[in-house]
Ligand binder design. Structure first.
Ligand code: CP
Ligand code: NVA
Length: 311
């Protein structure tokens, strides 16, 4: 069976735990060996493999982390903007999947429509990895879990607070909550709720997922406080949305209602003064630079899993 990674559940909790453990080991081994960032890990487990990356939307972290990840595993990559491919002028996703499957060993795609990545996976005979869709961002959340674990958090029973838009990143956090049995309190203004299917599935797996219009209630006693841009790529913005989101801005006063050692996460890119103030995102509780670096370490593990070498 070809291993696609469209959502966290495609791998499941045990495999994601194995990914995180391997990421911690590989990260430490590279530090111990004093390797340059572009040098391959000693075992170069993906030597000879090529990853094709397709971007329909902008990216800094996803693009660079996957590119460096495959290099550090001994393989190579190619990065393509969808607009410069034939897919950008109407070639079908299915035909693109069939052709790429004949030439490369895995495909990572960032697309505006989750249905497209499902179609790609249905027709590809090599692994397809979700580099963000309108629905979910699973690779980000593997990095986020790795980050909070590195910073001493035991996931089961932990309390996470999400503030702001009910978006793709939140969907994957809620999915992770079901897999790792932690709770998520979502502070989201009316009209911007997340897709309820993720909460229903996580709750069926034993996580407590609650939705509140009160930012303080969402954040009270939280171990982890997370936010993201109020206007995701491809979304309509506007004053009305910014106004609705303002009470959910992560400020020092809001952070003070979480646990004293609460950690702050943001997948980046950030908008200081909108979803979070500079004091918080640049403050001592913020883990954002470790979180960004961990995209690299986590994406190596996702690739190893996709190639059947982990989990
Ligand atoms: N967090 C994240 O996915 O960043 P990019 O959009 O820069 O890839
Ligand atoms: N929710 C954001 C995440 C960016 C990494 C977006 O989709 O634009």
């Amino acid at each position: 069976m070809t291993r696609h990674f469209l959502n966290l559940s495609d791998a499941g909790g045990d495999a994601i735990a194995a990914m995180i453990a391997d990421a911690i080991d590989r990260k430490a081994a590279r530090v111990a060996a004093g390797l340059f960032k572009g040098a391959a890990d000693r075992d170069a487990p993906l030597a000879g493999r090529t990853l094709a990356m397709i971007f329909e939307k902008n990216s800094t972290r996803t693009r660079v982390s996957f590119d460096m990840a495959i290099r550090q595993l001994g393989g190579t990559s190619m990065v393509m903007d969808a607009g410069s491919m034939q897919i950008g002028r109407g070639e079908t996703v299915a035909d693109t999947a069939r052709v790429l499957s004949r030439m490369v060993d895995a495909i990572m795609i960032r697309t505006d429509d989750h249905a497209k990545i499902e179609e790609m996976a249905a027709h590809a005979t090599v692994p397809v990895i979700n580099g963000l869709t309108d629905l979910s961002h699973p690779c980000q959340i593997v990095a986020d879990l790795l980050t909070v674990i590195e910073h001493g958090l035991a996931l089961p029973g932990s309390q996470w607070a999400w503030l702001g838009d009910g978006n793709n990143v939140l969907h994957s956090i809620v999915e992770a909550a079901g897999l790792f049995k932690f709770d998520v309190r979502m502070g989201v203004p009316e009209g911007y709720d997340p897709d309820p299917r993720f909460a229903a599935e996580a709750q069926a797996r034993g996580a407590a997922i609650t939705l509140s219009r009160d930012a303080g209630a969402a954040v009270a006693g939280a171990d982890v406080v997370v936010t993201d841009t109020w206007i995701s790529m491809g979304q309509a913005g506007g004053e009305a949305k910014l106004k609705a989101m303002m009470p959910y801005q992560v400020t020092p006063a809001l952070m003070a209602q979480a646990k004293a050692d609460a950690r702050f996460l943001h997948c980046l890119p950030a908008h200081r003064g909108e979803e979070v103030t500079a004091e918080v995102i640049d403050g001592p509780q913020s883990l954002i630079w470790d979180e960004a670096e961990n995209r690299l370490h986590a994406q190596k593990s996702v690739l190893l899993w996709a190639f059947g070498l982990l989990g």
